[in-house]
Design a protein around this ligand. Structure first.
Ligand SMILES: [Ca+2]
Ligand SMILES: [Ca+2]
Length: 239
């Protein structure tokens, strides 16, 4: 079949000619329309990918740094720990420190069972001097416990009103992402310390010596957590 025959076949009827005419018209009009779309809109309308709307906001956490250790801490002794974090590509959510201890080594005087043992006291303090900002109102930077078994959880937040529950928000996508941003906080040198005070119990009665207690094992777990924020439209209200 020659090219002339093919063309003659394509344009053989009035309907086919009409179809071709409309197709060619659209091919010409669409690029012109999209190239000049802004000029077809009212003066106060904006063509933007950041229009207002209703969004579902959800979160996925990742651990950026973590560690754990146990220390035998003597009475009145202060243990220190520190680490640095400077990566600005992540969106940091919080640092969580869990400090736990129990009473494991208090002994009665002489042979026989321990009487009236007392839980030792552990205090934790996070030093924020070397860190670039945090959310003071929601964060816990110090804690003390003498109730065994003891677990103290401290969180220092780097995002305002942080939550991992998915929720809906209205506004511009860029504003919602900014609302859940760390804004550069949390970078720098993190440091915290914990201190132990021995509590010695003992049998009741005057003149009877207290139990022996050589301190305590303190367990520390810490993790620096980042969050990816997903913002998906609920109702598209773009102009
Ligand atoms: Ca004790
Ligand atoms: Ca002890």
């Amino acid at each position: 079949m020659s090219m002339d025959t093919i063309i003659a076949k394509w344009f053989s009827t009035r309907d086919q000619k009409m179809t071709w005419a409309i197709s060619v018209a659209f091919l010409l009009v669409f690029p012109l329309y999209f190239a000049n779309m802004a000029s077809f809109l009212p003066d106060d309308a904006r063509v933007s990918s950041d229009s207002s709307g209703k969004w579902t906001v959800s979160f996925e956490e990742s651990v950026e740094l973590e560690g754990s250790f146990s220390e035998m801490v003597d009475d009145g002794h202060i243990e220190e720990f520190d680490f640095s974090y400077v990566d600005t590509a992540t969106n940091l959510a919080y640092l969580e420190i869990t400090v736990s201890h129990d009473e494991t080594n208090e002994n009665g005087v002489g042979p026989g069972p321990t009487l009236g043992e007392q839980c030792d006291e552990v205090s934790v303090t996070v030093n924020m001097a070397g860190v670039e900002g945090y959310i003071e109102s929601d964060s816990t930077t110090d804690s003390t416990s003498s109730s065994c078994p003891s677990e103290q959880i401290l969180r220092i937040y780097l995002i305002h009103n942080y939550t991992t529950e998915a929720h809906e928000m209205e506004g511009k996508k860029s504003e919602i992402i900014a609302h859940h941003s760390d804004n550069g906080t949390g970078r720098g040198d993190w440091a915290f310390e914990f201190e132990l005070s021995v509590n010695r119990g003992g049998p009741p009665g005057l003149g009877i010596p207290d139990n022996q207690d050589d301190g305590e094992i303190v367990n520390v777990e810490w993790r620096l957590v980042s969050v990816d924020v997903s913002v998906v439209p609920v109702i598209n209200t773009e102009v």
